[in-house]
Design a protein around this ligand. Structure first.
Ligand code: DC
Length: 219
């Protein structure tokens, strides 16, 4: 498949468990574009803060932490100060903590240039909460992926169980609803549908069908 133009920039936003990660990664491979999982950046900061006993309200310390840690993304792996922490940032505790620290606009500003640096070469597929609205407002294609809270909780449940975590679906549903509320209601870059975004509800779509629908927007 050929792109309309090169470089090409696809921005995808949506709530937790809407499938953004899986979908964005597959599209980036198909189109030979870079991939940005912006949530992973917030998760690495949250893990670093936990290790250094920094609480979610200590914005000055969080900002200096961002300046002092070494964050790397190598293929499927995420590294913090040269240690592989790929699975450590996917726990329920880090999900909650990353959403709590993400409310600070000064912290968000601090990682803007890091996020934008992923846009080079052929282009980028970036996914998160504010890719279509704040980080890449001029994206060539904007997509808002949604799914019902129940469907999203079930997807996260399967994902976490397959990695050997012990979780229960009721707890996951409440966690997802609390995170949705925080991510949508915060003042700084809240999750919302950009005016020019294509909205896709993935409740009844397979991964392959969702990818195909997004690719069809490009042609
Ligand atoms: O996409 P994720 O579930 O890995 O993101 C974890 C948290 O990070 C999410 O609950 C809120 C925050 N986040 C954000 O505020 N902005 C982004 N672009 C991506 C994630």
């Amino acid at each position: 498949m050929t792109l309309k133009k090169i470089p090409y920039l696809i921005a995808i936003d949506g709530p937790a468990g809407s499938g953004k990660g899986t979908i964005a990664k597959l599209i980036s491979k198909k189109l030979n574009l870079n991939y940005l999982d912006s949530g992973a950046i917030y998760r690495v900061i949250a893990l670093g803060a936990t290790i250094n006993n920094i609480s979610s309200g200590e914005v000055t310390k969080l900002i200096s932490l961002v300046g002092s840690i070494n964050m790397k993304f190598e293929g499927e792996d995420v590294l913090l100060d040269n240690k592989v922490i790929t699975d450590k940032i996917r726990t329920s505790e880090i999900s909650k903590f990353s959403s709590e620290i993400a409310v600070h606009s000064k912290l968000r500003d601090e990682i803007l240039s890091l996020q934008r640096s992923f846009y080079h070469g052929n282009g980028l597929v970036a996914e998160g909460r504010d890719m279509t609205t704040v980080v890449f407002p001029n994206a060539d294609l904007k997509v808002y992926l949604d799914a019902s809270p129940y469907e999203r909780a079930e997807r996260r449940y399967k994902q976490l169980i397959s990695k050997g975590n012990s979780v229960n679906i009721q707890d996951l549903t409440s966690e997802i609803e609390a995170r949705d509320k925080r991510d949508k209601q915060r003042k700084a870059s809240p999750l919302k549908i950009a005016d020019d975004a294509k909205v896709l509800n993935t409740d009844d779509l397979t991964i392959g069908q969702t990818v195909d629908k997004i690719l069809a927007f490009i042609i």
